[in-house]
Design a protein around this ligand. Structure first.
Ligand SMILES: Cc1cc2nc3c(=O)[nH]c(=O)nc-3n(C[C@H](O)[C@H](O)[C@H](O)COP(=O)(O)OP(=O)(O)OC[C@H]3O[C@@H](n4cnc5c(N)ncnc54)[C@H](O)[C@@H]3O)c2cc1C
Length: 501
């Protein structure tokens, strides 16, 4: 019998535990999941909480209820991994030996990593919505807000769900209008990117939406500090954006045990193969979910597709054979745009988000990068799908490989000149930023027991979103109707999805 330990029982860890338990008997594979507590959060719901769409109770469920029989759930903080000796140490002194390890501890917002991010205005005029507690506090702050300067700000990329700050801005615009204070409010979106989003077509479309809604866009803003006294955010090139209410997305970092274990890069992300999610320095470690260096979005949809690829490869890994299935970086992200509408982004390592349609089985094609009521309903339905299908590892009628069917592929050159990486398997590093990096207070390092893992060679920093397309030139739109899948959804779904939300 082999022992497989899964670190983190969030989105990716829960999904893969369910799939592994269904595929292997307990005699073949002993499965252990480690997490801090028994509370599983539906993180996409944090976005809606400040606007009263969801209550906190709707976003939290018991973690163990999503794990199948035959999976041990250990509730404790992970202290470190001794990769050469294949042992995980917990903070209560326990040690777990493994044959295979899955790192699925994701990334967490770290406000204290920015100067002033833990200052006296935090919880008063400085807020966030990237944790449940922060989102609840922001709900209160919005209720007290009577107009003024509302600033939505991203500290640095990558962050999980890179479209969430834009969604918050659109929803805030609607909320201010409905509460009669839009005229009294200056709404500003501040980003370290050079446009509203990373890639030319999405940046153009989303930038147009911001300007149509009268939202000021401040780009290339590399924050140096939050000035709590002056109530301003200050950039390294000394631009100052004043605020009455700041909604900031802090730096997202992997947990500190990654650094203590010598497994991560400067953001505590574990360098991994873009196609197999295998840790570059340790072949028996796989990284699923947000915690690795995949050059695609950090999102539940990516975790879902990547877990499928892992499951396809794992039998070969067990047999000591070569891994033959490769992840293409496929991501789908719904963007709430307010007033009961939403957009959809679909992309992968090679293909940036385009306009057109996404052929979704059962509910019909969804508009890409274009507002529609159906996209909004699909976003709300995702909560039901998450709790009832995704986490439990049930098959969904979407293939992990992205299809170009329905996409209106544009010549990247016509939208904006961007460097183009050659191939997903060997992504080109992002161009080094001429701006200074934000100051990050170093995480406290603890001495590790056992031999430290060899530091892998540096890998390219992941981007906020998809990589730029391959230089193969524009493709004609594919006129075919149908599903983005060779899978007929009917045999895999127990019945039609009837979400209640
Ligand atoms: C505001 C917001 C909106 C979002 N919206 C969307 C969306 O619309 N669509 C979408 O697809 N995705 C969305 N996401 C992103 C999505 O939630 C994440 O990509 C996904 O949860 C990543 O899964 P994961 O398993 O890697 O990490 P997580 O689900 O975060 O799980 C990590 C787990 O590791 C545990 N852990 C961490 N450190 C330790 C430690 N030291 N010891 C023990 N346990 C530890 C944590 O407790 C946690 O349970 C959103 C995220 C946020 C914050």
């Amino acid at each position: 019998m082999k022992r497989l330990v899964i670190l983190g029982g969030g989105t990716a860890g829960t999904m893969v535990a369910n799939k592994l338990r269904a595929a292997y008997s307990q005699d073949e594979l002993a499965l252990t999941v480690v997490d801090l507590d028994d509370q599983h959060h539906y993180q996409p719901g944090y976005l809606f909480l400040p606007f009263g769409t969801y209550r906190a109770q709707q976003l939290v469920r018991s973690r163990h209820s999503f794990l199948p029989d035959g999976v041990d759930l250990v509730l404790c903080e992970i202290d470190r991994v001794d990769a050469p000796f294949k042992t995980v140490y917990l903070t209560d002194g326990r040690a777990l030996s493994y044959d295979y390890l899955i790192i699925a501890t994701g990334v967490q917002p770290r406000p204290e990593a920015t100067t002033g991010g833990d200052g006296p205005e935090v919880g008063v005029s400085v807020h966030s919505f990237y944790t449940l507690e922060a989102a609840k506090e922001l709900a209160e702050a919005l209720r007290r807000f009577r107009g003024g300067k509302l600033v939505v700000h991203i500290t640095d990329m990558p962050i999980k769900c890179p479209v969430a700050p834009l969604e918050f801005t659109f929803l805030a615009e609607e909320w201010l209008t409905k509460h009669g204070i839009r005229e009294k409010t200056e709404l500003t979106y501040v980003t370290p990117l050079d446009g509203a989003f990373t890639k030319p077509v999405a940046s153009r479309e989303l930038g147009t939406m911001l300007s149509e809604k009268g939202i000021h866009l401040e780009t290339d803003f590399t924050i140096e500090r939050i000035d709590n006294d002056a109530k301003e955010i200050v950039s390294y090139d000394d631009r100052r954006v004043p605020f009455d209410l700041l909604v900031t997305i802090p730096l997202n970092l992997g947990p500190d045990y990654i650094a203590r274990s010598g497994l991560g890069d400067d953001l505590n992300l574990v360098p991994c193969d873009q196609q197999t999610m295998q840790a570059l320095a340790h072949p028996d470690i796989f990284v699923l979910g947000d915690g690795g260096t995949l050059l695609t979005s950090k999102a539940g949809s990516v975790a879902h597709f990547a877990v499928d690829i892992f499951m396809e490869n794992f039998p070969a890994h067990l047999a000591g054979a070569e891994l033959t299935h490769g992840f293409d970086g496929h991501a789908n992200c719904f963007i709430e745009s307010g007033y009961g509408k939403g957009l959809l982004l679909g992309f992968n390592y090679d293909t940036q988000p385009y306009t057109g349609t996404f052929p979704a089985p059962l509910i019909g094609p969804l508009a890409l990068l274009k507002e529609s009521r159906l996209n909004h309903l699909a976003k709300l339905a995702f909560r039901w799908v998450y709790w009832n299908m995704l986490l439990r590892g049930r098959p969904l009628p979407f293939t992990n490989k992205m299809s170009l069917v329905g996409k209106r592929v544009e010549d990247a050159g016509s939208a904006s000149a961007q460097p183009m990486p050659a191939k997903a398997s060997a992504p080109a590093p992002l161009a080094a930023s001429p701006k200074p990096a934000p100051v990050r207070k170093p995480a406290p390092a603890r001495p590790s027991i056992g031999k430290p893992a060899a530091k892998p060679s540096p890998t390219p920093r992941p981007s906020a979103g998809p990589a730029t397309p391959t230089p193969s030139g524009p493709l004609p739109p594919d006129p075919r109707k149908g599903v983005d899948s060779t899978t007929d959804p009917s045999p895999v779904l127990p019945g039609p999805i009837k979400p209640t939300f």
